[in-house]
Design a protein around this ligand. Structure first.
Ligand code: DCP
Ligand code: CA
Ligand code: CA
Length: 365
């Protein structure tokens, strides 16, 4: 039997905003994609759980959210996508280490096949999930929800059941009990369109769906989808966790104080570069590109990168390049103060054998 863990960060974009500006933590926070046409045109990207108490939802027009939250002291922020992506990378890299097989499925979501490392035991999976939650919080102060089950479908349903900060295990013996009373849209794959079709047949819950005639379901939803949804209603799913090679390795830290002083910031680069170097090498990769990422005191991302024609061969090289990039970046904007600084290694190439490393060493001399 397999054991799969699904993790989803809670109110991700809004939680990141709260962490960057802790005074938001006791407020209603709505993160918006403004279209720029008028002041309030655009849609809600996400919101914190305080906002959700008022029915605020992703995709809702901003003007409507503002109307609902009028006089509530709500804070409306624009999305800062590159920042969320950097934080997402940090989390995903961390999570990869906990998995036999790892598959990221969106900016804040991933499946971890953990069968081997928990020796097929759910009690061990529970312990692992708890340490994952602790590490995610230690690293980026983010809370998340985790679901564990014998396949991806059950893990995903589980992670959604007790949000926020949930941890839900659905053991094979509990599948029927847990699923039967859930409404059909809780089943991954049942979107608004299929829910409506099922509603029309009087099917409201997954339990009702499970006993609905398969032939009729195939007529209603199409052969392939009907079959899949039927199996899903019984908690069945054979989809493997699809391992993908990482695209980059990075580390980012928050400085003790905001700074635009080269010496102060570049001190942190020694450790960051050392870490990135060893994780990349331990992962069996070399790399051709080095990126320097900074988050300014105004929470803007500013980055610089350099790509070489051959893989970088030593820790000193990545550190030297990162410092050069920092220098260039600081020279470009004197009013810029850095709050977070990070380094990434990308354009990864499979490990070279020792002979080729020697050749590259020779070239770089
Ligand atoms: N997102 C978006 N527009 C949507 C849905 C999501 O911009 N229609 C963005 C904002 C979310 C992020 O993607 O923070 C992750 O989406 P989730 O569906 O996982 O939602 P949240 O993480 O915000 O909340 P939850 O706690 O329900 O997972
Ligand atoms: Ca989420
Ligand atoms: Ca998600």
């Amino acid at each position: 039997m397999r054991i799969i863990l699904h993790i989803d960060l809670d109110y991700f974009f809004a939680q990141v905003e709260e962490n960057l500006n802790p005074s938001l933590k006791n407020k209603i926070v709505v993160v918006c994609v403004f279209s720029g046409r008028t002041k309030d045109s655009g849609v809600v990207s996400t919101s914190n759980y305080k906002a959700r108490e008022y029915g605020i939802k992703s995709g809702m027009p901003v003007y409507l959210a503002k109307k609902i939250l009028k006089d509530k002291g709500a804070v409306f922020l624009p999305v800062n996508h590159s920042l969320y992506e950097e934080i997402s990378h940090q989390i995903m890299e961390l999570l990869r280490n906990f998995a036999d097989n790892f598959e990221q499925v969106s900016i804040d979501e991933a499946y971890l096949e953990i069968t081997k490392r928990v020796e097929g035991k759910f009690e061990e999976a529970l312990k692992l999930a708890k340490s994952i939650k602790e590490r995610v919080f230690e690293k980026e102060e983010l809370i998340c929800s985790i679901g564990i089950g014998s396949n991806k479908l059950l893990a995903k349903i589980g992670s959604d059941l007790n949000k926020p900060n949930g941890l839900t295990i659905i053991k094979p013996s509990e599948v029927k009990d847990v699923l039967s009373d859930l409404t059909t849209e809780k089943l991954p794959g049942v979107g608004r369109k299929y829910k409506k079709l099922l509603d029309n047949e009087g099917i409201k819950t997954i339990g009702e769906l499970a006993v609905f005639d398969v032939g009729s379901l195939k007529l209603l939803l199409g052969k392939k989808i009907g079959e899949r949804i039927h199996r899903a209603s019984l908690g069945l799913d054979d989809e493997p966790v699809k391992e993908e090679l990482p695209k980059q390795f990075s580390r980012i830290i928050t400085l003790k104080e905001d700074s635009n002083n080269f010496e102060c910031v570049s001190n942190s680069l020694n450790e960051l570069c050392g870490d990135v170097w060893s994780t990349t090498r331990n992962g069996g990769f070399n790399f051709k590109s080095v990126g320097l990422i900074t988050v300014t005191d105004e929470l803007k991302i500013r980055s610089k990168s350099k790509t070489l024609s051959h893989p970088i061969v030593g820790k000193d090289d990545i550190t030297r390049i990162a410092k050069e990039l920092l220098k260039e970046l600081l020279e470009e904007g004197s009013d810029l103060r850095i709050r977070r600084v990070g380094v990434k290694a990308y354009n990864l190439v499979k490990d070279l054998d020792q002979r080729s490393i020697a050749i590259y060493n020779f070239i770089s001399l």
